[in-house]
Design a binder for this molecule. Structure first.
Ligand code: NAD
Length: 370
């Protein structure tokens, strides 16, 4: 059988980035042995590594590589203690990450939050609240709404009185395309979408609800319900197991995705995908862990590589349509957790079946479980 060629830019970045990326690549190489996929992985510097190599957080050559790739597997960037004189606009978080999001119009952010029952100790909620485990996918619109709407300004309107203005704007095509992303994701999961809005107060909420309801008719096998954002914030804590796919506009998604993330106990477990345009069968995407560069544990073989490995899994699912290979990565992670492998962030000394391991051993175990 001929293999599908997957051209991937691998941008490890700073801090724990290179350590966890190494493990994700190890797992992708194990995937290649089992599935008809061939990964053409090209590594390039980004973040402080980009500044050191080429004087820019996103060197021109790195951006050019991303342009000719099908997907970007990203580590993380930023080292707060380095060169405080470098202005914000040139620092990695803005000059690399935000630039990439903008450059590729990455409009859909997907954040799966999964709490396996073996890691219940890491969840801040009482056990009866999460039952058999939490498994939520937050789909957040990433390029519209209040963060980008115009006018956006701060002005002095009379002596001693300053006014700040942010504007929430959405158009029907913007709502339609993110709704399709959420419903397609739900088709691959438990077939339920909860759409979040504030239709009782905001014009945007009324339009959001109307458009989502219209698109839902194209997916009769997926159940849709609507929830006001204030109630959703509460329900995530009270009864997280009721959610499958949670669909949000940008601002609400920013807040609720972090709230949902806290339920999983460690940033080291949380992958993410930011999706752009679909051409033919392929969707361009940037895949990265939800956490940052973790300078406190960098270079010590302590970081949990699972977020990076699951990000590679999301890449297979969303950019390459390789559902079976993506599921195999998720199952291998599940098996490794069940077998007791734990990096420090998810280790519970009271669990007799748990064994503390380093970044490399965790990656080895997941690759072997494939
Ligand atoms: P952080 O996410 O790097 O770390 C927060 C805490 O979580 C730390 O205690 C860290 O050790 C832990 N942690 C994170 N990932 C882990 C993993 N894989 N395994 C085990 N523990 C893990 O957040 P921070 O300290 O606020 O930020 C550090 C730097 O990262 C900053 O420069 C920040 O701007 C940057 N950052 C980058 C991204 C990104 O590239 N997408 C995202 C967030 C933060």
């Amino acid at each position: 059988m001929s293999s599908t060629i997957c051209n991937v830019a691998s941008l490890a970045g700073d801090g724990i980035g290179p350590e966890v990326m190494r493990e994700a690549i190890k797992v992708l190489r194990a995937v290649e042995k089992k599935f008809p996929l061939q990964f053409n992985l090209t590594e390039a510097p980004v973040g402080w590594a980009g500044i050191d190599a080429a004087g820019q957080a996103l060197p021109d050559a790195t951006l050019a590589l991303c342009r000719k790739s099908d997907a970007v597997l990203f580590g993380s960037v930023g080292l707060p203690d380095r060169d405080p004189t470098l202005p914000k606009e040139a620092r990695p978080e803005r000059a690399a990450l935000l630039r990439l999001r903008k450059e590729f119009s990455l409009f859909a952010n997907l954040r799966p939050v999964k709490l396996p029952k073996e890691l219940a100790h890491a969840c801040p909620l009482r056990p009866e609240r999460h039952g058999e485990g939490i498994d939520i996918l937050v789909v957040r619109e990433l390029t519209g709404g209040m963060y980008f709407g115009q006018p956006k300004k701060t002005e002095v309107i009379s002596p001693g009185v300053t006014r700040a203005i942010d504007t929430m704007v959405y158009t029907t095509p913007e709502i339609e395309r993110i709704t399709h992303v959420a419903f397609r994701a739900a088709q691959m999961r438990r077939r339920k979408v909860t759409s979040i809005d504030k239709a009782n107060v905001l014009e945007n909420g009324v339009l959001w609800r109307e458009v989502v309801t219209g698109i839902a008719r194209q997916y009769p096998e997926v159940a849709l319900d609507h929830m006001f954002v204030d109630n959703a914030a509460m329900q995530l804590i009270l009864k997280p197991a009721q959610f499958d796919v949670v669909l949000c506009e940008n601002l609400f998604g920013d807040i609720l995705s972090d709230e949902a993330a806290a339920l999983a106990g460690s940033l080291g477990m949380l992958p993410s995908a930011s999706l752009g345009a679909t051409t033919g069968e392929r969707t361009f995407g940037l895949y990265e862990p939800a956490g940052g560069t973790a300078p406190d544990i960098a270079g010590k073989n302590l970081a949990n590589p699972i977020a990076q490995i699951l990000s590679a899994g999301l890449m297979l699912r969303h950019s390459f349509g390789a559902q079976a290979a993506a599921a195999a990565i998720e199952q291998a992670v599940g098996k490794t957790i069940s077998a007791g492998f734990r990096t420090g962030d998810i280790f519970n000394p009271a669990d007799p079946g748990a064994r503390k391991v380093g970044t490399r051993e965790m990656g080895d175990a997941i690759a072997a479980a494939l």
